[in-house]
Design a protein around this ligand. Structure first.
Ligand code: G6P
Length: 357
């Protein structure tokens, strides 16, 4: 039986579990059993012309980030798709392509149907998954478990984080780079998330100041773009406010028209594409938008532009910076929902596992 322990909500408990689960993931992915699985996936991954990733919700955001990793580290062509679209289109599938389903529950109907479509076309099918023995788990040729334990909060937190890290480990394994430096980087990430959690009162104060604004736009570039989507989804799910995630470079193609003094722009920045992100942020500031930022501690210019800036030392976590930044967004969302008096673990109209269309 799962209990909330010292926490008021499962969501908060699950946010707190992340550092230890990350350390445990590293331990698991050093084990011969898991390495054996990685080898089986790598064999097909290396030969694949296209990697088709299908998923829904937060898992889809993870898939977008994995596309960026597989392109950068593996020079692979990646097709990341919403499962509900993929299953009803006529996607070009070749026999030596592979399919990767990402799912916490392993029961999401659209993700399952997409997997079955790939199977019928003769593709090798793999998953990044939390639930051993679930339907998707059973249908796949091989599964990479994320070892997140049971996730009860409807809004995914720890499962999302561990999906990303499992995909990152796969990417590094397939490029023959999964070594102690990578394990160290992931452990640094766990330490950084510990620090964020210790500073959660700062995030609570920020939520208290901004929880009743009209809307929220999360923006980021590169690896921060999927995190912007994820930050906005979380807010919609449990805070019931209008939130959008946007690629920072797309702001001027529409959403900038929404900017005024009641609109919050949460800028997610990193050491990657820092200057570009800054210039987009300044465009928002020039239009009297409320600018909140999360990014590297050294980014004095972004700090100076923001009403509030949550600085982190992102120098030791490489391309995993987004995972840390996303934990700040998880906590921000949690507190906004708390100040609004919402049912955090069971948000209205939502189900943890979507087994019907
Ligand atoms: C629901 C959940 C989300 C999840 C999505 C996909 O919408 O509330 O948190 O991301 O389904 O679920 P899955 O179990 O396939 O990851």
């Amino acid at each position: 039986v799962s209990t909330k322990g010292d926490f008021d909500h499962f969501m908060m408990k699950e946010i707190h579990e992340q550092p230890d689960l990350i350390r445990n993931l590293v331990y698991k992915y050093k084990s011969p059993q898991v390495i054996e699985k990685l080898k089986k996936v790598k064999d097909k991954f290396d030969k694949a012309e296209t990697i088709h990733i299908t998923a829904c919700g937060s898992a889809w955001h993870c898939g977008i980030l994995l596309k960026y990793y597989f392109e950068k580290y593996n020079k692979k062509q990646v097709n990341i798709e919403l499962a509900s679209e993929f299953r009803y289109r006529n996607p070009t599938l070749r026999k030596n392509d592979i399919s990767i389903s990402i799912s916490q529950s392993g029961e999401t109907i659209d993700t399952l149907a997409s997997l079955q479509l790939c199977k019928e076309e003769g593709l090798s099918c793999f998953s990044i998954i939390n639930t051993e023995g679930s339907t998707i788990f059973r249908e796949c040729d091989e599964n990479l478990l994320i070892f997140a334990g049971k996730e009860i909060g409807v809004a995914s937190t720890k499962a999302f984080t561990l999906q990303v890290l499992t995909g990152y480990l796969l990417s590094k394994f397939c490029s023959n780079d999964l070594n102690n430096d990578i394990f160290k980087e992931i452990e640094n990430l766990a330490g950084l998330i510990d620090e964020i959690i210790l500073r959660k009162d700062e995030i609570k104060d920020a939520a208290k100041s901004y929880y009743n604004k009209r809307g929220y736009i999360f923006t980021g570039r590169g690896f921060m773009f999927p995190m912007a989507l994820e930050g906005a989804l979380k807010l919609k799910e449990i805070a019931y406010v209008h939130a959008e995630g946007y690629a920072a470079g797309e702001l001027k193609h529409g959403p900038i028209a929404l900017i005024d003094s009641e609109m919050v722009n949460v800028v997610l920045s990193s050491l990657n594409l820092q200057e570009k992100t800054l210039s987009n942020a300044q465009e928002v500031k020039a239009r009297n938008g409320i600018l909140l930022g999360v990014g590297d501690i050294s980014d004095k210019e972004l700090l100076a532009s923001c009403e509030l800036y949550f600085g982190l030392d992102l120098s030791k976590v490489g391309d995993l910076a987004g995972v840390a930044v996303n934990v700040v967004a998880q906590l921000f969302t949690y507190y906004i929902a708390l100040f609004k008096g919402n049912d955090i673990d069971k948000p209205r109209n939502l189900a943890k596992s979507v087994t019907v269309e």
